[in-house]
Write a protein that binds this ligand. Sequence first.
Ligand code: ATP
Ligand code: MG
Length: 442
Amino acid sequence: MPIHLSSGGRIVVIVNGVFLALIGLAIFLYHRHKHNKSSQATVDTIVKREVRKERLKSDIILTAIEDGVIVVDNNGTIQLFNPGAARITGWSAEEAIGLDYAAVLRLVDDKNGAINKEVNPLSRIFHEGKPIHDNSASLVAKAGDRFPISLSVSPLIDSGNKVSAAVGIFRDISTERAEEQRRAEFISTASHEMRTPVAAIEGYLALALNDRVSHIDSKAREYLDKAHASTQHLGKLFQDLLTSARAEDGRLSNHPVAVEMSAFLEQLIDGLRFTAEKKGLHLEFLIGSNTATVDATDASKAVVKPLYYVHVDPDRMREVVVNLFDNAVKYTESGKVSIGLTGDSEVVQLRITDTGTGIPTEDISHLFQKFYRVDSSATRTIGGTGLGLFIARKIIELYHGKIWVESQLQKGSTFFINLPRLSTQKATQLQSQEAKDTSPLI
Ligand code: ATP
Ligand code: MG
């Protein structure tokens, strides 16, 4: 390094100082760069190791899961297929990945009809965006064997809030189904057998209570009245058990026809009025908007009504309305029960409203389960088995409808039923077909 002595030693010292500082800086920058490079490499290795570890963990989990796991992208192509899925379907992961999911996960309904993509949960999830659970479909495996499955599909949401993939988890439920079937068969046989002697007892008690047939004193009448009421209750219980067992194993007798709901309800309500009035409750029937009231006690107030056609078995529908109406009367001390009917082009909606005890919020989600009863001081003393709403739900589901309740404690409850609406044209077409089918052969 040239050091020139010029005007004085001070300049030499300054130049030297600057020079040394530059060297120092260069050495510092060099080391920092080297250090940065090596620390970047270390970070990369750690990240890679972590990714590998996570992948290994998820591979182990996916392999260990007995259930089938399938991941489908938004083109319907299979991206992941775990060993469980391979075991259940008979397709290996190598064969399945890259194929359209519908070719591998072949779903059919209870009549063996293929479930098309519009209703398949693995396609629906892309526009519904919410988890879907389905226990009604069966799977046709690669070898052609068919068995019921339980399928849950969840969406994978990307940063743009769109569903980018669907994760399906499924398992074979044939064993549970066979078990359910055996249980339902036992209940159905037992209740069927028990109904006969109960009907006989009820008949004899009715004879004993009939003045024209037997003479009994007032004390005996009081006892026999109680025995008669209990026997009737027992008969209803066996009937409900039989109906619910049949609803569960799909053997509920069902002959749907085109039914015009306002005429059907008007006729039905005529028979129900007595029960409500016996308890001092007012019964009203509202058709269309709430202003178009048809008082159940005065047919002359009838207004021009729209036609609300649905495709149901009238006997089954009667069972549902009577169940809801009985509840409304049973759980209402005073006030009124209203039956309402409205609809739009797609749906016919039936409402049964009461001014009774109401239902606690925490019970609402369990209400339509078998044997569920609200345990409150207001309802504990009222008789019942908790089968009415379960049967009603099963019947409404049979017709692809929906049943739910909105309620406020001490104010009352409204039970809603939505059923798919039949256009008048379709209903007329069905009615003429029904007439042809039932007309005697010449
Ligand atoms: P049953 O099998 O004889 O009908 P249940 O009336 O007890 O017996 P569900 O009709 O299934 O059975 O009703 C289940 C429970 O829901 C009832 O026990 C009652 O606690 C509650 N519930 C139903 N309807 C009403 C209502 N309109 N108001 C208040 N609580 C109701
Ligand atoms: Mg009931």
